[in-house]
Design a binder for this molecule. Structure first.
Ligand code: UDP
Length: 491
């Protein structure tokens, strides 16, 4: 990709002003513009300069619209820049946002992140120490040449790549694919997953495990039929602390895996998230809702990594006619998570097991809809297998009218039964009493994340109609199984 024309047209060399508000030159490939904004431009922030962005603060924009390569590209860039400043307020660049009223310079509050670090050290020390430090997580390819993954070419059967294969979803999906006769290449760097999740398949001769970080280039030798990109840093507790790594797993990891899918001609499944809807103004959230995400908020590294990935996938789909599918996964839990993961279900179960109060953030009236892992994996397998893109069943349904080719390929996967966090806490307390004879208590603390979504519930009509997807495990049933698991593993 040649970035030189960009540098000439937007950089005023002397003044070091990077002005992204000038017209993008339409003769450039949208994919090049997007990758320029998201992959190269963040590097500019390391020097003394002014970076001007064109009104990227509009909270409601589509990830897959005609001009998403610019709007979403700028939002990802903004998320990167804010994350860089939060992690290192001394960085010399200045960020200027431009809208119809003029320009204004963003002032970063020093100590914002340090405050959060303090919160986690005080409140959740186990969570902080349980995660591998990014610098000590397994990194196999600190070299420029792509890491080569070799598999036994003589083995028959289709072949799939699963990134994030030791995670809750990745490990179960790998199992399902092996059952279906696939050879599975699993990649994970161990940053936020459990190697023990692979115990059932690690000795299977059709399973190849690679300790690799998907933000570093890699190639697969030989043929490949499917790419499932599940690697991510999904726990707010972790992505608040590692915003740049979180953006990289989304943007770079998605870029590399898409390149592999194009090279090999394989099908591509992406694990997106309900976080693309941000703090939603509609409830439940259908797939055609554009979302309400603050690209400067402390959740933006995760949200924009997934939103930007969706845009990237759309651009690859258009340019290379790649067979893609996007699952927007709502809160999923179950055996295989880390007890110290930091997300609400594991936090409550950990408190229960350690005889500590369950900590509810804010009023506890915010809602979530929790899917048990087997239900979510079932939805993902259905989406992977789905082939009938002619939406006969819903042709007359005005809800789906006018969907573009790519929007047809986006599915909410989750359980539509909604609970407040207070209700969840009470269910865990009741479970503790019934199962363990404990009298757990609930404690409320101030909400420290202003962008914590107030509502979250999937509209799964589309997955129900087209994939015949219907979650079956109730929250109480799923929590009971998860508690049993943690009683045995304690981690
Ligand atoms: N939460 C809580 N106590 C905890 C952890 C989380 O009250 O110990 C709240 C959190 O503020 C959010 C909800 O529970 O409103 C779900 O948080 P989680 O970290 O599981 O993930 P999210 O759905 O926000 O991505």
């Amino acid at each position: 990709m040649n970035y030189l024309p960009f540098l000439f047209c937007i950089v005023s060399i002397n003044a070091l002003v990077y002005d992204f508000t000038q017209d993008y030159h339409l003769q450039h490939d949208p994919l090049d513009i997007f990758t320029y904004l998201t992959c190269l431009a963040p590097q500019l922030a390391l020097q003394e300069c002014s970076i001007i962005l064109n009104n990227p603060l509009n909270k409601s924009v589509s990830t897959m619209g005609e001009s998403s390569y610019k709007t979403e590209g700028e939002r990802v860039l903004l998320a990167y820049l804010c994350a860089k400043k939060r992690m290192n307020p001394e960085l010399p660049f200045e960020l200027v946002l431009r809208d119809t009223r003029g320009d204004y310079t963003v002032v970063f509050e020093p100590g914002e992140t340090r405050g959060m670090q303090h919160y986690f050290l005080q409140r959740m020390p186990e969570c902080v120490s349980a995660y591998a430090n990014p610098s000590t997580a397994l990194r196999m390819s600190e070299v420029d040449t792509p890491y080569e993954i070799h598999v036994d070419q003589s083995r028959p059967g289709p072949r799939a790549l699963v990134t994030g294969c030791s995670g809750l979803l990745g490990s179960m999906l790998a199992e399902k694919l092996l059952e279906k006769g696939y050879q599975v290449i699993g990649i994970d760097n161990g940053l936020c997953s459990k190697q023990s999740n692979l115990s059932k398949i690690i000795d299977n001769p059709n399973f190849y495990f690679c300790s690799h970080d998907v933000t570093k280039p890699f190639t697969i030798m030989g043929r490949l039929d499917m790419v499932l990109h599940l690697a991510s840093i999904p726990s707010p507790a972790l992505y608040y602390r590692m915003p740049l790594e979180t953006l990289d797993v989304g943007i770079l990891g998605t870029l590399y895996t898409l390149d592999i899918a194009v090279q090999k001609g394989g099908r591509y499944l992406f694990a997106s998230t309900s976080e693309v809807y941000g703090n939603p103004e509609v409830n439940p959230q259908p797939e055609n809702y554009w979302g309400n995400v603050d690209p400067m908020g402390i959740r933006s590294p995760y949200d924009e990594s997934k939103r930007g990935s969706e845009t990237l996938i759309e651009l690859y789909h258009k340019k290379y006619d790649l067979d893609v599918r996007i699952a927007r996964i709502f809160n999923t839990y179950g055996p295989g998570m880390r007890l110290s993961d930091g997300r609400v279900i594991t936090s409550f179960l950990q408190s229960l097991l350690k005889d500590k109060p369950l900590i509810v953030h804010g009023s506890g009236n915010q809602t979530r809809s929790f899917a048990y892992v087997t239900d979510t994996v079932d939805g993902l397998v259905r989406l992977l297998d789905y082939d009938d893109w002619i939406m006969k069943q819903v042709q007359d349904d005005t809800y789906y009218a006018g969907l573009s080719q790519i929007q047809e390929r986006v599915f909410n996967i989750g359980n539509p039964t909604e609970f407040t966090i207070n209700e969840l806490a009470q269910i865990v307390v009741d479970l503790g009493r019934e199962k363990l004879g404990k009298n757990a208590t609930i404690e409320h603390i101030d909400q420290f994340d202003a962008t914590d979504p107030y509502l979250r519930r999937p509209d799964i009509t589309k997955a129900q109609k087209l994939l015949n997807f219907n979650p079956t495990v109730s929250l109480t049933e799923g929590l009971t199984k998860t508690l049993d698991y943690f009683l045995h593993t304690q981690t």
